[in-house]
Design a binder for this molecule. Sequence first.
Ligand code: 6LW
Length: 518
Amino acid sequence: MKGFTVSSVPETGSTFTNPVIPGFHPDPSVCRVGDDYYLACSSFEYFPGVPLFHSRDLVHWTRMGNALDRPSQLSLPRDTASSKGIYAPTLRHHDGRFWLITTNVSDGGNLLFHTTDPAGPWSEPIRLPGVEGIDPDIAWDEDGNCWCTTAGVAQIRIDPYTGESFGAPRRIWSGTPGAKAPEAPHLYRIGAYWYLLIAEGGTERCHGVSIARGRTSDGPFEPCPANPVLTHRGTDLPVQNTGHADLVQGPDGSWWMMLLGVRPLGGSPGWHVLGRETFLAPVTWVDDWPVVGEVAPVMPAPPWPLQPAATVPVRDDFGLAELAPVWISPRDRPADACTTGERPGWLTLRGRGTSLDAPDVTFVGRRQEHLSCRARTLMDPAEGVGGLAVRLDESHHYDIEAGSGEVRVIARIGPLRTVVASRPLPAGPQVLRMEVSATRAPVDARSGPDVLVLGVEEPDGTFAELARLEGRYLSTEVAGGFTGRVIGMYASTGTVHFDWFDYEPLPDTIRRAPSTGE
Ligand code: 6LW
């Protein structure tokens, strides 16, 4: 089985590559249990939600599943806007049990889940009506009190088994004077202090990490004189928007930080297309304050043996009864619209009469995790209309669509939707292909981040390009929001069968300018 390791930069024994979890995996929260590490990320409008990863070395991570994989855990009504739904989680281990606390900003507010096995199943949601705001953290003090801390930064004591809260939320810190959006709080007991770690400055280019400390879990807290202890604001470093961090001890007892960052490409202002990704940085302590090391694409390896990087198969041939956890869908995935049981070895998608412009499109996709990559799928359009698409949201997507006697490339950019190219559809199943080529230096001020080439494969396998499209219009700087590109299969009308789906990284190359757009 052909495969690739997750990072597309070759590693040497003395280095590792960042992001350690590429693609739209923001707001990482990590916990250590013995020699094992577990990490959770936000997932917004996608179902299933809250992707979970496992590692033994903090560098190589294997996708375990999604904590919220039942509609009773994750309600995303049809009117859930893109980038709403599930915001930042916190993942912790206490009293032999894993705890996951997060916010469904579209339905339910702050919710708490627990399990003894992080691979699942996770519990039904415990609602926390007394907990306000987003980015909830959960921590226990020496007396067994459970403290929930949220953006702002406010704190309230809760019963994690019932969701009951005690007293009113108390503001315990407002972050650095003048800095906006003190959020992503995490509370830790380290040595003689309780530390309160936060993000501030907003999750864009001014993002940063600050910290304060106190002698008790509910403060008062003294800000670190060196705040922000991490930021890339005002630099030309290749990793930007660094923030929303969580601290964790390595296998040798040293300290490390998992955080989110972005990798802008192209000219000004720089365009990031993969969303906010998870990075790893070293931490040392000076005068009982953390000092965070560099956050770079290639990093010195930590001082312990690295596990072999997971080999991810290129092809999913839909041979299993359940879809692999890498597959996500906007808002829901009704069994009658998405199944691998109807045509063995094929994924069958049933359209609901809606295109990718609508919130209830039948779409099954996976995060784009590489700046240059190729996606292919073999689809049978005999009974319906559907295809291969890359989406940021309902107003920003590129589709290769087959059905009704035609294959066409559709570009949706904000209020504009156009058929960029089309040609008659030959009989029988078709291989649809999308190739993404990142723009590499040298670039001029108006360069975009990448070029997407969309088309079909001829019977002899040659790639018949139908369109070359600018990637900037599928970037967060254009579309806005908190997610990143998701590439996948969809059905608009009728029934469409997909035999297999290939996703693989490509060497970063510069392609000639697109035939449309800039
Ligand atoms: C999240 C907040 C943030 O709740 O963005 O980068 C929000 N930080 O902490 C959505 O990811």
